[in-house]
Design a protein. Structure first.
Lengths: 255, 276
């Protein structure tokens, strides 16, 4: 039987009575922190309710979340940005030059005027210019060390399978290290070949090498997927610990 | 942060890459439209729009969760194509954005797309929505929207993080056909697992250039191919030098290694002086 929105809503309202009573008991026994935990547990379950299907309880919590995020955003905008980087330098340290940002900020609000909405594009263009400049500078810092690290020797310095001294200061390249470097170079160049777009991959050699790149990428994605899923499970375990131990008190908390 | 005065070689090298790209852009702008290989994922875009049109349900588009940057602008290029095609068949669209600046631009882009198709009356200002600039509040809201509106097709193109799987899984649960593309390597596997078609890495920029046919985008893409070729040449050359000299770390660093580090230009000049 599929529950309708109205049924779920009625159940939620009926549940409000024992929930309020439970919250009161939590408050009496554990104080303010207990009340926070009680509400945290309820919200967690409300969000999980979407696993059944989208329902009024989830919608209610979703809108609370949006409202909280908006309020939080305003507070952060003032406390982390406007106050510390604009208001304080101008009005407390008297660095009046920062006032030049004010007209730019006001220009952005012209978006609400049909006649003068073009003015709002000026700060956008300036922001885009700043972004482009930063990217040029960031390109060197980000990619050139990678190019430098991509130079790999394929000639072992010792002809043993394992590195006898794995410390970086020893500067030894074993046979397995050289094989590792070869795999790295094949992966790098084949993936780069896959990402050439200005010519058709018609020649068998190029198409084959690009396919190798695609396969190697997929293997890499599989590894990333596996490791990230492990992290997500850690988050799930943490949430279950919160629900079962901290909220429902079904066991002893880990010291 | 590396500055040009720390290493003039790097500054000249970057300059050479910029010139390569600029030359291709100028050629493109003068009418020499370059060839761009069609990416398999692009066929899926029209397929997804067609499916939404048949079902009479909306198409959802999300240009990532970062603000105004190159990735989100490229995503808007693709969304312009999607919106124009959707406008032809009067298919409803929804676009959710996570950044106030991008919201303003998105509204204009979508409105322009409807006007370009000659159907400005179909533009609904409520179709472009700013939900929240907080990551998981945005994710929760998009998840709710997908389920409430039962979207038939989704396009997740841009920069995504931990919320990528939330979007893709929820859209999958309502049976939407999904096309996704991100430049975030760590999120691509989740899209591959949960979406129908995925545009991987640089294919994202190629898709944008291919669909928009803009001279700047197409010229830039071809210029970047040349840049990649040049970088591949340097990497292969560097590795050959390392292999021949048997360098595996240590104080006597080959010149090519030094060139890409601080003081690289000075090292080159020093070596040339040493030769003569």
């Amino acid at each position: 039987m599929k529950l309708t929105d109205r049924t779920i809503g009625i159940i939620a309202v009926i549940c409000l009575i024992p929930i309020s009573f439970g919250a009161y008991l939590y408050y009496l026994r554990f104080g303010q922190n207990g009340l926070n935990i009680f509400l945290g547990g309820l919200v967690t379950l409300a969000v999980y309710s979407t696993l059944y299907r989208e329902n009024p309880i989830y919608r209610f919590v979703e809108h609370i979340y949006l409202g909280l995020a908006a309020g939080y955003g305003v507070v952060i905008a003032w406390s982390e940005v406007l106050s510390t980087q604009w208001y304080d330098p101008i009005f407390k340290q008297h660095q009046w030059l920062w006032l030049w940002i004010l007209p730019l900020a006001i220009m952005a609000y012209f978006v609400f005027s049909k006649k003068h909405s073009w003015i709002s594009r000026i700060p956008l263009v300036i922001l885009s210019g700043f972004a482009a400049g930063t990217i040029f500078q960031g390109f060197v810092s980000q990619y050139f060390p990678q190019i430098q690290d991509s130079f790999k020797s394929l000639r072992p310095t010792v002809y043993t399978l394992q590195n006898p001294d794995p410390s970086p200061a020893a500067h030894i390249l074993s046979i397995s290290g050289a094989i590792n470097n070869a795999i790295f170079l094949i992966t790098l160049t084949s993936v780069l070949t896959y990402f050439f777009f200005s010519f058709e991959h018609k020649k068998k050699a190029i198409r084959g090498y690009a396919q190798v790149g695609r396969w190697l990428m997929m293997i890499g994605f599989g590894a990333i997927f596996g490791s990230t899923i492990m992290t997500r499970f850690a988050l799930l375990v943490d949430r279950m610990y919160f629900i079962l131990i901290e909220w429902m008190h079904l066991g002893h908390p880990i010291a | 942060m590396q500055h040009a005065c720390d290493n003039w070689f790097v500054a000249f090298f970057e300059g050479a890459l910029i010139i390569l790209i600029m030359v291709r852009i100028i050629k493109s702008m003068r009418g020499s439209i370059p060839f761009i290989r069609r990416i398999p994922g692009l066929n899926a875009i029209d397929e997804a729009i067609g499916r939404a049109t048949e079902m009479g349900k909306p198409i959802l588009m999300i240009p990532g969760i970062l603000g105004l940057d190159i990735v989100s602008l490229q995503a808007l290029n693709v969304f312009t194509h999607v919106t124009r095609t959707a406008a032809r068949f009067a298919t409803p669209i929804r676009m959710c954005v996570c950044d106030a600046t991008l919201y303003t631009i998105s509204q204009e882009v979508i409105q322009d797309a409807y006007q370009a198709e000659g159907k400005p009356e179909l533009y609904d200002p409520d179709s472009v929505r700013f939900l929240s600039d907080q990551q998981f509040a945005f994710a929760a809201s998009v998840a709710g929207l997908i389920q409430r509106e039962q979207v038939a097709a989704t396009f997740f193109l841009g920069s995504f993080f931990a919320e990528s799987l939330i979007f893709a899984e929820v859209a999958n649960s309502v049976g939407a056909i999904q096309v996704a593309g991100t430049v975030m390597t760590t999120q691509t596997p989740f899209f591959i697992a949960a979406c129908d078609y995925v545009i991987i890495g640089d294919e994202f920029y190629a898709a944008s250039a291919y669909l928009s046919k803009e001279p700047v985008a197409t010229g830039s893409l071809v210029g970047q191919d040349y840049a990649k070729l040049l970088l591949t040449f340097f990497i292969v050359l560097g590795s050959i030098i390392y292999t021949v000299t048997g360098y595996a770390g240590g104080p006597h660093v080959p010149l090519i290694h030094t060139l890409f580090a601080d003081g690289g230009w000075n090292a080159l000049l020093h070596s040339i002086r040493h030769l003569f």
